[in-house]
Design a protein around this ligand. Structure first.
Ligand SMILES: *[C@@H]1O[C@H](CO)[C@@H](O)[C@H](O)[C@H]1NC(C)=O
Ligand SMILES: *[C@@H]1O[C@H](CO)[C@@H](O)[C@H](O)[C@H]1NC(C)=O
Length: 579
Protein backbone atom coordinates (compact mmCIF):
# COMPACT_ATOMS: atom_id res chain seq x y z
CA UNK A 1 0.00 0.00 0.00
CA UNK A 2 2.73 2.37 1.08
CA UNK A 3 4.71 1.69 -2.08
CA UNK A 4 1.68 2.59 -4.15
CA UNK A 5 0.92 5.79 -2.26
CA UNK A 6 4.40 7.25 -2.31
CA UNK A 7 4.76 7.82 -6.05
CA UNK A 8 1.24 9.20 -6.04
CA UNK A 9 2.16 11.65 -3.30
CA UNK A 10 5.26 12.70 -5.21
CA UNK A 11 3.19 13.25 -8.28
CA UNK A 12 0.76 15.47 -6.39
CA UNK A 13 3.59 17.39 -4.80
CA UNK A 14 5.31 17.83 -8.13
CA UNK A 15 2.09 19.03 -9.69
CA UNK A 16 1.39 21.57 -7.00
CA UNK A 17 4.92 22.90 -7.25
CA UNK A 18 4.90 23.35 -10.99
CA UNK A 19 1.66 25.14 -11.76
CA UNK A 20 0.65 25.17 -15.42
CA UNK A 21 2.12 28.04 -17.36
CA UNK A 22 -0.27 30.98 -17.41
CA UNK A 23 -1.72 32.43 -20.60
CA UNK A 24 -1.25 36.07 -21.46
CA UNK A 25 -3.71 38.40 -23.12
CA UNK A 26 -2.10 41.80 -23.61
CA UNK A 27 -4.47 44.42 -24.93
CA UNK A 28 -3.17 47.74 -26.20
CA UNK A 29 -5.53 50.47 -27.35
CA UNK A 30 -4.25 53.19 -29.66
CA UNK A 31 -4.26 56.85 -28.55
CA UNK A 32 -6.79 56.11 -25.81
CA UNK A 33 -6.61 58.67 -23.00
CA UNK A 34 -6.61 57.74 -19.33
CA UNK A 35 -9.64 60.02 -18.94
CA UNK A 36 -11.70 58.02 -21.42
CA UNK A 37 -12.35 55.06 -19.15
CA UNK A 38 -15.05 54.69 -16.56
CA UNK A 39 -12.63 53.11 -14.11
CA UNK A 40 -10.41 56.20 -14.34
CA UNK A 41 -13.26 58.57 -13.70
CA UNK A 42 -15.12 59.05 -16.96
CA UNK A 43 -18.85 59.25 -16.30
CA UNK A 44 -20.22 59.55 -19.82
CA UNK A 45 -18.20 57.22 -22.02
CA UNK A 46 -19.28 53.64 -21.41
CA UNK A 47 -16.44 51.16 -20.96
CA UNK A 48 -17.95 48.43 -18.75
CA UNK A 49 -15.65 45.68 -20.00
CA UNK A 50 -12.40 47.49 -19.36
CA UNK A 51 -13.85 48.66 -16.04
CA UNK A 52 -14.42 45.02 -15.15
CA UNK A 53 -10.67 44.44 -15.34
CA UNK A 54 -10.17 47.21 -12.79
CA UNK A 55 -12.75 45.67 -10.47
CA UNK A 56 -11.27 42.19 -10.76
CA UNK A 57 -7.64 43.20 -10.78
CA UNK A 58 -5.16 45.97 -10.09
CA UNK A 59 -5.56 49.49 -11.40
CA UNK A 60 -2.25 51.30 -11.89
CA UNK A 61 -2.69 55.05 -11.58
CA UNK A 62 0.87 56.04 -12.46
CA UNK A 63 1.45 53.73 -15.38
CA UNK A 64 3.76 55.32 -17.91
CA UNK A 65 4.33 54.78 -21.59
CA UNK A 66 8.05 54.77 -22.37
CA UNK A 67 7.35 57.26 -25.14
CA UNK A 68 4.37 59.45 -26.04
CA UNK A 69 4.35 58.19 -29.65
CA UNK A 70 3.20 54.90 -31.24
CA UNK A 71 6.31 53.42 -32.85
CA UNK A 72 8.80 54.12 -30.02
CA UNK A 73 6.28 53.29 -27.29
CA UNK A 74 5.49 49.94 -28.90
CA UNK A 75 9.17 49.17 -29.46
CA UNK A 76 9.76 49.74 -25.74
CA UNK A 77 6.74 47.65 -24.77
CA UNK A 78 7.88 44.72 -26.94
CA UNK A 79 11.46 44.75 -25.70
CA UNK A 80 11.29 46.13 -22.14
CA UNK A 81 13.88 48.73 -23.14
CA UNK A 82 13.91 52.45 -23.81
CA UNK A 83 13.29 52.90 -27.54
CA UNK A 84 16.59 54.73 -27.99
CA UNK A 85 18.39 51.45 -27.23
CA UNK A 86 16.92 49.76 -30.31
CA UNK A 87 17.29 52.79 -32.58
CA UNK A 88 13.52 53.30 -32.59
CA UNK A 89 13.79 56.95 -31.55
CA UNK A 90 13.73 59.54 -34.31
CA UNK A 91 16.08 62.52 -34.56
CA UNK A 92 13.80 64.36 -37.00
CA UNK A 93 10.23 65.63 -36.82
CA UNK A 94 8.74 62.36 -38.00
CA UNK A 95 8.81 59.89 -35.12
CA UNK A 96 6.77 57.01 -36.58
CA UNK A 97 6.54 54.95 -39.76
CA UNK A 98 4.07 56.40 -42.24
CA UNK A 99 4.61 54.08 -45.22
CA UNK A 100 4.42 50.32 -45.47
CA UNK A 101 7.43 50.47 -47.80
CA UNK A 102 9.81 52.16 -45.35
CA UNK A 103 12.97 50.26 -44.56
CA UNK A 104 13.51 50.73 -40.82
CA UNK A 105 11.97 48.68 -38.04
CA UNK A 106 12.54 46.82 -34.82
CA UNK A 107 15.97 45.21 -35.37
CA UNK A 108 16.13 41.42 -35.48
CA UNK A 109 18.74 41.53 -32.72
CA UNK A 110 16.10 42.80 -30.28
CA UNK A 111 14.35 40.21 -28.11
CA UNK A 112 10.59 40.64 -27.77
CA UNK A 113 8.50 38.96 -25.09
CA UNK A 114 6.91 36.95 -27.90
CA UNK A 115 10.32 35.53 -28.87
CA UNK A 116 11.01 34.57 -25.25
CA UNK A 117 7.62 32.91 -24.80
CA UNK A 118 7.81 31.08 -28.11
CA UNK A 119 11.01 29.49 -26.86
CA UNK A 120 9.03 28.35 -23.81
CA UNK A 121 6.51 26.52 -25.97
CA UNK A 122 3.89 29.22 -26.10
CA UNK A 123 1.58 29.75 -29.06
CA UNK A 124 1.94 33.43 -29.89
CA UNK A 125 -0.25 35.82 -31.88
CA UNK A 126 -0.46 39.49 -32.64
CA UNK A 127 -3.82 40.71 -33.85
CA UNK A 128 -4.28 44.34 -34.87
CA UNK A 129 -1.69 47.03 -35.32
CA UNK A 130 2.07 46.43 -35.54
CA UNK A 131 3.78 49.69 -36.62
CA UNK A 132 7.34 48.43 -36.06
CA UNK A 133 8.44 48.02 -39.68
CA UNK A 134 8.08 45.27 -42.27
CA UNK A 135 10.96 44.88 -44.75
CA UNK A 136 14.67 45.64 -45.06
CA UNK A 137 15.85 45.04 -48.63
CA UNK A 138 12.97 43.72 -50.71
CA UNK A 139 9.25 43.20 -50.39
CA UNK A 140 9.50 39.58 -49.34
CA UNK A 141 12.22 39.55 -46.67
CA UNK A 142 9.82 40.47 -43.80
CA UNK A 143 12.82 41.20 -41.61
CA UNK A 144 10.82 43.47 -39.25
CA UNK A 145 7.47 41.68 -39.55
CA UNK A 146 5.84 40.19 -36.41
CA UNK A 147 6.78 36.70 -37.66
CA UNK A 148 10.44 37.71 -37.35
CA UNK A 149 9.83 38.80 -33.76
CA UNK A 150 8.35 35.68 -32.23
CA UNK A 151 4.72 35.83 -33.31
CA UNK A 152 3.46 32.57 -34.85
CA UNK A 153 0.38 34.29 -36.14
CA UNK A 154 -0.31 37.83 -37.29
CA UNK A 155 -3.49 39.38 -38.58
CA UNK A 156 -3.71 43.12 -38.88
CA UNK A 157 -2.12 46.22 -40.29
CA UNK A 158 1.64 46.58 -40.66
CA UNK A 159 1.66 50.38 -40.32
CA UNK A 160 -1.08 52.33 -38.57
CA UNK A 161 -4.61 53.47 -39.05
CA UNK A 162 -4.40 56.98 -40.53
CA UNK A 163 -6.99 59.53 -41.62
CA UNK A 164 -5.82 58.94 -45.18
CA UNK A 165 -6.89 55.29 -44.92
CA UNK A 166 -10.58 56.22 -44.82
CA UNK A 167 -12.04 58.33 -47.62
CA UNK A 168 -13.67 61.49 -46.34
CA UNK A 169 -11.68 61.57 -43.08
CA UNK A 170 -9.09 64.12 -44.15
CA UNK A 171 -5.33 63.70 -44.26
CA UNK A 172 -2.44 63.76 -41.84
CA UNK A 173 -0.32 65.18 -44.64
CA UNK A 174 -2.21 68.47 -45.01
CA UNK A 175 0.62 70.67 -43.77
CA UNK A 176 3.30 68.66 -45.61
CA UNK A 177 1.31 69.01 -48.85
CA UNK A 178 0.96 72.73 -48.23
CA UNK A 179 4.69 73.20 -47.68
CA UNK A 180 5.96 70.82 -50.33
CA UNK A 181 3.44 71.38 -53.11
CA UNK A 182 1.16 74.37 -52.70
CA UNK A 183 3.81 76.85 -51.61
CA UNK A 184 6.20 75.92 -54.49
CA UNK A 185 3.26 76.00 -56.92
CA UNK A 186 2.42 79.52 -55.80
CA UNK A 187 6.02 80.57 -56.28
CA UNK A 188 6.09 79.07 -59.77
CA UNK A 189 2.79 80.70 -60.72
CA UNK A 190 4.00 84.08 -59.49
CA UNK A 191 7.28 83.73 -61.36
CA UNK A 192 5.45 82.79 -64.57
CA UNK A 193 3.13 85.76 -64.31
CA UNK A 194 5.95 88.17 -63.60
CA UNK A 195 8.06 86.88 -66.49
CA UNK A 196 5.06 87.00 -68.84
CA UNK A 197 4.29 90.58 -67.83
CA UNK A 198 7.92 91.67 -68.28
CA UNK A 199 8.03 90.05 -71.69
CA UNK A 200 4.72 91.59 -72.72
CA UNK A 201 5.95 95.01 -71.66
CA UNK A 202 9.11 94.40 -73.65
CA UNK A 203 11.30 94.89 -70.59
CA UNK A 204 12.90 91.46 -70.66
CA UNK A 205 13.62 88.90 -73.35
CA UNK A 206 12.51 85.62 -71.79
CA UNK A 207 13.19 82.54 -73.92
CA UNK A 208 10.21 80.22 -74.39
CA UNK A 209 12.25 77.40 -72.89
CA UNK A 210 12.07 79.07 -69.46
CA UNK A 211 8.27 79.11 -69.60
CA UNK A 212 8.18 75.51 -70.74
CA UNK A 213 10.44 74.41 -67.89
CA UNK A 214 8.42 76.22 -65.26
CA UNK A 215 5.18 74.79 -66.61
CA UNK A 216 6.71 71.33 -66.64
CA UNK A 217 7.84 71.71 -63.04
CA UNK A 218 4.36 72.77 -61.98
CA UNK A 219 2.82 69.85 -63.84
CA UNK A 220 5.28 67.44 -62.22
CA UNK A 221 4.46 68.73 -58.74
CA UNK A 222 0.73 68.47 -59.37
CA UNK A 223 1.12 65.04 -60.90
CA UNK A 224 3.13 63.82 -57.91
CA UNK A 225 0.48 65.15 -55.55
CA UNK A 226 -2.36 63.47 -57.46
CA UNK A 227 -0.42 60.17 -57.51
CA UNK A 228 0.24 60.43 -53.79
CA UNK A 229 -3.41 61.09 -52.98
CA UNK A 230 -4.58 58.34 -55.29
CA UNK A 231 -2.14 55.65 -54.21
CA UNK A 232 -1.56 56.37 -50.54
CA UNK A 233 -4.53 54.35 -49.35
CA UNK A 234 -3.98 51.07 -51.22
CA UNK A 235 -0.21 51.21 -50.75
CA UNK A 236 -0.27 51.73 -46.98
CA UNK A 237 -3.63 50.72 -45.59
CA UNK A 238 -3.98 47.00 -46.03
CA UNK A 239 -4.60 43.92 -43.95
CA UNK A 240 -2.09 41.11 -43.68
CA UNK A 241 -2.68 37.60 -42.45
CA UNK A 242 0.76 36.34 -41.60
CA UNK A 243 2.72 37.48 -44.65
CA UNK A 244 -0.15 37.63 -47.14
CA UNK A 245 -2.28 40.59 -48.04
CA UNK A 246 -5.92 39.78 -47.41
CA UNK A 247 -7.50 43.13 -48.14
CA UNK A 248 -6.03 46.10 -50.02
CA UNK A 249 -7.07 48.75 -49.22
CA UNK A 250 -8.58 47.57 -45.95
CA UNK A 251 -12.31 47.95 -45.45
CA UNK A 252 -13.67 49.32 -42.19
CA UNK A 253 -16.88 47.27 -42.43
CA UNK A 254 -17.07 45.30 -39.20
CA UNK A 255 -13.30 45.58 -38.88
CA UNK A 256 -13.36 45.43 -35.08
CA UNK A 257 -15.70 42.44 -35.23
CA UNK A 258 -13.48 40.63 -37.72
CA UNK A 259 -10.31 41.16 -35.71
CA UNK A 260 -12.01 40.33 -32.41
CA UNK A 261 -13.45 37.13 -33.85
CA UNK A 262 -10.00 36.17 -35.06
CA UNK A 263 -8.59 36.76 -31.59
CA UNK A 264 -11.34 34.59 -30.11
CA UNK A 265 -10.53 31.83 -32.60
CA UNK A 266 -6.87 31.99 -31.71
CA UNK A 267 -7.76 31.47 -28.05
CA UNK A 268 -10.07 28.58 -28.91
CA UNK A 269 -7.42 26.88 -31.06
CA UNK A 270 -4.92 27.14 -28.24
CA UNK A 271 -7.10 26.52 -25.19
CA UNK A 272 -5.01 23.47 -24.32
CA UNK A 273 -1.57 25.02 -24.78
CA UNK A 274 -0.13 28.06 -23.07
CA UNK A 275 -0.64 31.06 -25.31
CA UNK A 276 0.26 34.71 -25.64
CA UNK A 277 -2.20 36.93 -27.44
CA UNK A 278 -1.39 40.53 -28.06
CA UNK A 279 -4.56 42.30 -29.14
CA UNK A 280 -3.46 45.62 -30.53
CA UNK A 281 -6.60 47.60 -31.22
CA UNK A 282 -6.73 49.92 -34.24
CA UNK A 283 -9.10 52.09 -32.25
CA UNK A 284 -9.18 54.89 -31.19
CA UNK A 285 -6.58 56.35 -33.59
CA UNK A 286 -8.00 58.47 -36.40
CA UNK A 287 -9.51 57.65 -38.90
CA UNK A 288 -12.27 56.92 -36.41
CA UNK A 289 -14.61 54.12 -37.31
CA UNK A 290 -17.21 51.85 -35.78
CA UNK A 291 -19.74 49.32 -37.02
CA UNK A 292 -23.43 50.17 -37.38
CA UNK A 293 -24.04 48.61 -33.94
CA UNK A 294 -22.05 51.43 -32.34
CA UNK A 295 -22.37 54.32 -34.78
CA UNK A 296 -24.20 57.24 -33.19
CA UNK A 297 -24.68 55.41 -29.88
CA UNK A 298 -22.19 57.17 -27.63
CA UNK A 299 -22.41 60.63 -26.11
CA UNK A 300 -19.07 61.61 -27.65
CA UNK A 301 -19.52 61.47 -31.41
CA UNK A 302 -17.41 59.29 -33.66
CA UNK A 303 -14.69 59.16 -31.00
CA UNK A 304 -17.01 57.84 -28.33
CA UNK A 305 -18.52 55.31 -30.75
CA UNK A 306 -15.06 53.98 -31.58
CA UNK A 307 -14.01 53.84 -27.92
CA UNK A 308 -17.17 51.98 -26.92
CA UNK A 309 -16.70 49.50 -29.74
CA UNK A 310 -13.10 48.96 -28.62
CA UNK A 311 -14.46 48.23 -25.12
CA UNK A 312 -16.94 45.76 -26.61
CA UNK A 313 -14.02 43.93 -28.26
CA UNK A 314 -12.30 43.63 -24.88
CA UNK A 315 -15.52 42.14 -23.50
CA UNK A 316 -15.66 39.54 -26.27
CA UNK A 317 -12.15 38.39 -25.46
CA UNK A 318 -12.89 38.21 -21.72
CA UNK A 319 -16.03 36.20 -22.50
CA UNK A 320 -14.12 33.61 -24.50
CA UNK A 321 -11.65 33.18 -21.62
CA UNK A 322 -14.61 32.71 -19.28
CA UNK A 323 -16.35 30.25 -21.57
CA UNK A 324 -13.21 28.13 -21.93
CA UNK A 325 -12.59 28.33 -18.15
CA UNK A 326 -9.27 30.01 -18.76
CA UNK A 327 -9.89 33.13 -16.68
CA UNK A 328 -8.09 31.89 -13.58
CA UNK A 329 -5.04 30.88 -15.55
CA UNK A 330 -4.72 33.98 -17.69
CA UNK A 331 -3.03 37.28 -17.00
CA UNK A 332 -4.93 40.02 -18.79
CA UNK A 333 -3.31 43.42 -19.27
CA UNK A 334 -4.93 46.50 -20.71
CA UNK A 335 -3.18 49.72 -21.66
CA UNK A 336 -2.86 52.40 -24.32
CA UNK A 337 0.31 53.09 -26.30
CA UNK A 338 0.26 56.74 -25.15
CA UNK A 339 -2.06 59.51 -24.08
CA UNK A 340 -4.93 60.88 -26.12
CA UNK A 341 -4.11 62.91 -29.21
CA UNK A 342 -5.72 66.15 -28.10
CA UNK A 343 -4.85 67.98 -31.35
CA UNK A 344 -7.15 65.67 -33.30
CA UNK A 345 -10.07 67.83 -34.39
CA UNK A 346 -11.89 67.05 -37.63
CA UNK A 347 -12.18 69.60 -40.42
CA UNK A 348 -15.75 70.15 -39.24
CA UNK A 349 -14.52 70.90 -35.73
CA UNK A 350 -15.58 67.63 -34.08
CA UNK A 351 -13.21 66.50 -31.32
CA UNK A 352 -11.53 63.33 -32.57
CA UNK A 353 -9.01 63.04 -29.75
CA UNK A 354 -9.76 61.55 -26.35
CA UNK A 355 -9.47 62.80 -22.79
CA UNK A 356 -6.39 62.75 -20.59
CA UNK A 357 -8.46 63.55 -17.53
CA UNK A 358 -6.81 66.07 -15.25
CA UNK A 359 -3.44 65.72 -16.97
CA UNK A 360 -1.75 68.34 -19.13
CA UNK A 361 -0.71 67.75 -22.74
CA UNK A 362 -1.16 64.51 -24.64
CA UNK A 363 0.26 62.28 -27.35
CA UNK A 364 3.61 63.52 -28.63
CA UNK A 365 4.77 65.28 -25.47
CA UNK A 366 5.94 64.26 -22.03
CA UNK A 367 3.52 66.18 -19.90
CA UNK A 368 1.63 63.59 -17.87
CA UNK A 369 -1.23 63.58 -20.40
CA UNK A 370 1.10 62.14 -23.03
CA UNK A 371 2.51 59.29 -21.00
CA UNK A 372 0.24 58.46 -18.07
CA UNK A 373 -1.81 55.66 -19.58
CA UNK A 374 -4.34 53.16 -18.28
CA UNK A 375 -2.71 50.12 -16.71
CA UNK A 376 -4.98 47.27 -15.65
CA UNK A 377 -3.85 43.76 -14.74
CA UNK A 378 -6.10 40.87 -13.82
CA UNK A 379 -5.29 37.37 -12.72
CA UNK A 380 -7.91 36.12 -10.28
CA UNK A 381 -6.44 34.41 -7.25
CA UNK A 382 -2.94 35.76 -7.77
CA UNK A 383 -3.15 39.46 -8.50
CA UNK A 384 -5.09 41.47 -5.95
CA UNK A 385 -8.63 42.41 -6.95
CA UNK A 386 -10.04 45.92 -6.83
CA UNK A 387 -6.76 47.44 -5.70
CA UNK A 388 -5.31 50.74 -6.85
CA UNK A 389 -1.53 51.21 -7.00
CA UNK A 390 -0.09 54.70 -7.41
CA UNK A 391 3.58 53.76 -7.67
CA UNK A 392 5.43 54.67 -10.90
CA UNK A 393 5.33 51.75 -13.33
CA UNK A 394 6.18 51.55 -17.02
CA UNK A 395 4.84 49.75 -20.07
CA UNK A 396 8.38 48.32 -20.28
CA UNK A 397 7.61 46.34 -17.09
CA UNK A 398 5.38 43.90 -18.94
CA UNK A 399 8.42 42.33 -20.63
CA UNK A 400 10.21 41.07 -17.50
CA UNK A 401 6.90 40.32 -15.75
CA UNK A 402 5.64 38.09 -18.53
CA UNK A 403 9.05 36.47 -19.07
CA UNK A 404 9.34 35.49 -15.43
CA UNK A 405 5.82 34.09 -15.20
CA UNK A 406 6.43 32.02 -18.32
CA UNK A 407 9.68 30.66 -16.90
CA UNK A 408 11.89 32.38 -19.46
CA UNK A 409 15.25 33.82 -18.48
CA UNK A 410 15.84 37.45 -19.36
CA UNK A 411 18.53 38.13 -21.94
CA UNK A 412 21.76 38.88 -20.10
CA UNK A 413 23.68 40.55 -22.89
CA UNK A 414 21.71 43.80 -22.77
CA UNK A 415 20.07 46.26 -20.43
CA UNK A 416 16.42 45.63 -19.66
CA UNK A 417 14.80 48.79 -18.34
CA UNK A 418 11.51 47.23 -17.24
CA UNK A 419 11.00 45.70 -13.79
CA UNK A 420 8.97 42.71 -12.64
CA UNK A 421 5.54 43.96 -11.56
CA UNK A 422 4.41 40.88 -9.68
CA UNK A 423 5.67 41.89 -6.19
CA UNK A 424 3.55 45.06 -6.44
CA UNK A 425 0.56 43.31 -7.99
CA UNK A 426 0.52 40.53 -5.42
CA UNK A 427 0.81 43.03 -2.60
CA UNK A 428 4.21 41.66 -1.51
CA UNK A 429 5.89 44.99 -2.08
CA UNK A 430 4.64 48.52 -1.66
CA UNK A 431 7.42 50.23 -3.60
CA UNK A 432 8.08 50.44 -7.27
CA UNK A 433 11.55 49.35 -8.28
CA UNK A 434 11.76 52.40 -10.52
CA UNK A 435 13.49 55.00 -8.43
CA UNK A 436 14.19 56.90 -11.66
CA UNK A 437 12.40 56.88 -14.99
CA UNK A 438 13.55 58.74 -18.10
CA UNK A 439 11.09 60.42 -20.41
CA UNK A 440 12.24 60.72 -23.99
CA UNK A 441 10.81 62.89 -26.71
CA UNK A 442 11.92 60.65 -29.57
CA UNK A 443 15.76 60.72 -29.43
CA UNK A 444 15.98 63.53 -26.90
CA UNK A 445 16.02 63.09 -23.13
CA UNK A 446 13.13 65.34 -22.15
CA UNK A 447 12.54 64.77 -18.44
CA UNK A 448 13.55 62.66 -15.45
CA UNK A 449 11.23 61.26 -12.83
CA UNK A 450 12.44 60.50 -9.34
CA UNK A 451 10.60 58.66 -6.60
CA UNK A 452 13.06 58.93 -3.71
CA UNK A 453 13.20 56.01 -1.26
CA UNK A 454 11.26 56.60 1.97
CA UNK A 455 9.34 59.48 0.45
CA UNK A 456 6.01 59.96 -1.24
CA UNK A 457 7.35 62.66 -3.53
CA UNK A 458 7.39 62.14 -7.27
CA UNK A 459 9.81 64.67 -8.71
CA UNK A 460 9.77 65.38 -12.42
CA UNK A 461 12.40 67.63 -13.95
CA UNK A 462 12.00 68.86 -17.53
CA UNK A 463 15.13 69.77 -19.53
CA UNK A 464 12.83 71.29 -22.11
CA UNK A 465 9.10 71.64 -22.70
CA UNK A 466 7.18 71.87 -25.98
CA UNK A 467 5.97 75.26 -27.17
CA UNK A 468 2.23 74.86 -27.40
CA UNK A 469 0.57 76.54 -30.38
CA UNK A 470 -1.47 78.68 -30.33
CA UNK A 471 -0.01 80.05 -27.12
CA UNK A 472 -2.06 79.00 -24.12
CA UNK A 473 -3.48 75.93 -25.87
CA UNK A 474 -3.11 72.44 -24.41
CA UNK A 475 -1.17 71.05 -27.35
CA UNK A 476 0.64 71.83 -30.58
CA UNK A 477 -2.31 72.55 -32.81
CA UNK A 478 -0.30 74.26 -35.58
CA UNK A 479 1.85 71.20 -36.20
CA UNK A 480 -0.73 68.58 -35.12
CA UNK A 481 1.82 66.96 -32.83
CA UNK A 482 4.60 68.53 -30.74
CA UNK A 483 8.17 68.28 -31.99
CA UNK A 484 11.17 67.67 -29.76
CA UNK A 485 13.88 70.16 -30.73
CA UNK A 486 14.88 73.55 -32.10
CA UNK A 487 12.43 76.42 -31.91
CA UNK A 488 9.60 73.97 -31.19
CA UNK A 489 10.76 73.67 -27.57
CA UNK A 490 11.87 75.87 -24.68
CA UNK A 491 15.00 74.73 -22.86
CA UNK A 492 15.13 75.14 -19.09
CA UNK A 493 18.22 76.07 -17.05
CA UNK A 494 17.76 74.99 -14.33
CA UNK A 495 15.30 72.24 -15.30
CA UNK A 496 11.62 72.87 -14.62
CA UNK A 497 10.80 70.89 -11.48
CA UNK A 498 7.40 69.58 -10.33
CA UNK A 499 6.33 67.42 -7.43
CA UNK A 500 3.67 65.27 -9.05
CA UNK A 501 2.53 63.88 -5.72
CA UNK A 502 1.24 67.36 -4.88
CA UNK A 503 0.79 68.81 -8.36
CA UNK A 504 -0.24 66.06 -10.79
CA UNK A 505 -1.54 68.67 -13.24
CA UNK A 506 1.94 70.17 -13.55
CA UNK A 507 0.72 73.71 -13.11
CA UNK A 508 3.22 75.18 -10.63
CA UNK A 509 6.94 74.40 -10.84
CA UNK A 510 8.72 74.41 -7.50
CA UNK A 511 11.45 77.00 -6.92
CA UNK A 512 14.35 77.36 -4.46
CA UNK A 513 11.94 79.53 -2.44
CA UNK A 514 9.14 77.00 -2.23
CA UNK A 515 11.42 73.97 -1.93
CA UNK A 516 14.58 74.35 0.21
CA UNK A 517 16.11 71.13 -1.21
CA UNK A 518 15.62 72.40 -4.78
CA UNK A 519 19.27 72.29 -5.85
CA UNK A 520 19.98 68.98 -4.13
CA UNK A 521 17.00 67.38 -5.81
CA UNK A 522 18.04 68.62 -9.24
CA UNK A 523 21.61 67.53 -8.59
CA UNK A 524 20.54 63.99 -7.76
CA UNK A 525 18.32 63.85 -10.83
CA UNK A 526 21.02 65.23 -13.12
CA UNK A 527 23.46 62.61 -11.84
CA UNK A 528 20.91 59.86 -12.50
CA UNK A 529 20.35 61.22 -16.02
CA UNK A 530 24.10 61.22 -16.64
CA UNK A 531 24.47 57.65 -15.38
CA UNK A 532 21.60 56.58 -17.59
CA UNK A 533 22.94 58.41 -20.65
CA UNK A 534 26.24 56.56 -20.25
CA UNK A 535 24.43 53.24 -20.67
CA UNK A 536 22.90 54.30 -24.00
CA UNK A 537 24.94 53.07 -26.94
CA UNK A 538 24.93 54.41 -30.47
CA UNK A 539 22.93 52.04 -32.67
CA UNK A 540 21.67 52.34 -36.25
CA UNK A 541 18.84 54.84 -36.46
CA UNK A 542 15.77 52.94 -37.62
CA UNK A 543 13.73 56.11 -38.08
CA UNK A 544 16.24 58.10 -40.16
CA UNK A 545 14.80 60.05 -43.09
CA UNK A 546 16.57 57.56 -45.32
CA UNK A 547 14.69 54.68 -43.70
CA UNK A 548 11.34 56.47 -43.48
CA UNK A 549 11.32 57.20 -47.21
CA UNK A 550 8.94 55.23 -49.41
CA UNK A 551 10.85 52.65 -51.46
CA UNK A 552 9.16 51.01 -54.46
CA UNK A 553 11.17 47.79 -54.01
CA UNK A 554 9.67 47.30 -50.53
CA UNK A 555 6.08 47.86 -51.60
CA UNK A 556 3.68 44.96 -51.14
CA UNK A 557 0.88 44.56 -53.59
CA UNK A 558 -1.73 41.79 -53.46
CA UNK A 559 -0.89 39.24 -56.11
CA UNK A 560 -4.25 39.06 -57.86
CA UNK A 561 -4.29 42.77 -58.63
CA UNK A 562 -2.87 44.32 -61.73
CA UNK A 563 0.48 45.85 -60.85
CA UNK A 564 -0.71 49.41 -61.25
CA UNK A 565 -3.78 49.41 -59.05
CA UNK A 566 -2.57 47.41 -56.02
CA UNK A 567 -6.13 46.73 -54.96
CA UNK A 568 -7.94 43.56 -53.87
CA UNK A 569 -10.81 44.95 -51.85
CA UNK A 570 -12.80 41.72 -51.91
CA UNK A 571 -10.36 40.01 -49.61
CA UNK A 572 -8.03 37.39 -50.98
CA UNK A 573 -7.90 34.10 -49.09
CA UNK A 574 -4.25 33.91 -48.16
CA UNK A 575 -2.62 30.62 -47.27
CA UNK A 576 -3.01 31.49 -43.62
CA UNK A 577 -6.77 31.77 -44.04
CA UNK A 578 -7.67 28.37 -42.69
CA UNK A 579 -5.33 28.37 -39.73
C1 LIG B 1 -15.02 61.26 -21.05
O1 LIG B 1 -14.53 61.01 -22.37
C2 LIG B 1 -14.96 61.92 -23.34
C3 LIG B 1 -14.42 61.46 -24.67
O2 LIG B 1 -13.03 61.52 -24.68
C4 LIG B 1 -14.54 63.32 -22.99
O3 LIG B 1 -15.08 64.24 -23.92
C5 LIG B 1 -15.02 63.67 -21.59
O4 LIG B 1 -14.51 64.92 -21.22
C6 LIG B 1 -14.55 62.63 -20.61
N1 LIG B 1 -15.05 62.90 -19.27
C7 LIG B 1 -14.26 63.07 -18.24
C8 LIG B 1 -14.93 63.32 -16.94
O5 LIG B 1 -13.05 63.02 -18.33
C1 LIG C 1 -11.05 31.45 -9.84
O1 LIG C 1 -10.34 32.10 -8.80
C2 LIG C 1 -11.17 32.79 -7.91
C3 LIG C 1 -10.28 33.56 -6.96
O2 LIG C 1 -9.31 32.76 -6.39
C4 LIG C 1 -12.06 31.77 -7.18
O3 LIG C 1 -12.93 32.44 -6.30
C5 LIG C 1 -12.88 31.02 -8.23
O4 LIG C 1 -13.62 30.01 -7.62
C6 LIG C 1 -11.98 30.40 -9.27
N1 LIG C 1 -12.79 29.85 -10.34
C7 LIG C 1 -12.58 28.63 -10.84
C8 LIG C 1 -13.49 28.20 -11.94
O5 LIG C 1 -11.71 27.91 -10.43
Amino acid sequence: MKSLLLPLLFLCAAQSQVPPKPNFVLIMADDLGIGDLGCYGNKTLRTPNVDRLAKEGVKLTQHLAASPLCTPSRAAFMTGRYPIRSGMASQTRVGVFLFSASSGGLPGSEVTFAKLLKSQGYATALIGKWHLGTHCHNNSDFCHHPSSHGFDYFHGIPVTNLRDCKPGQGSVFTSAIRNLVFVPLQVIALTLLTLAALRWLGLLRVPGLVFACLLLLAAALLGALLCFLHYFRPLNCFLLRDRDITQQPLSYDNLTQRLTEDAAQFIRRNADTPFLLMFSSLQVHTALFSSTDFAGKSKHGLYGDAAEEMDWGVGQILNVLEELRLTNNTLVYFTSDQGAHVEEVSTKGEVHGGSNGIYKGGKGNNWEGGIRVPGLLRWPGLIQAGVEIDEPTSNMDIFPTVAKLAGAALPEDRIIDGRDLMPLLEGKSQRSEHEFLFHYCNYFLNAVRWHPPNSSSIWKAFFFTPNFTPEGANGCFFTHVCFCFGHFVTRHHPPLLFDLSKDPRETTPVTPDTEPRFWDILDTMQQAADRHTHTVQEVPNQLSSQNLLWKPRLQMCCSSSSALSCQCPQGKQGRGGSR
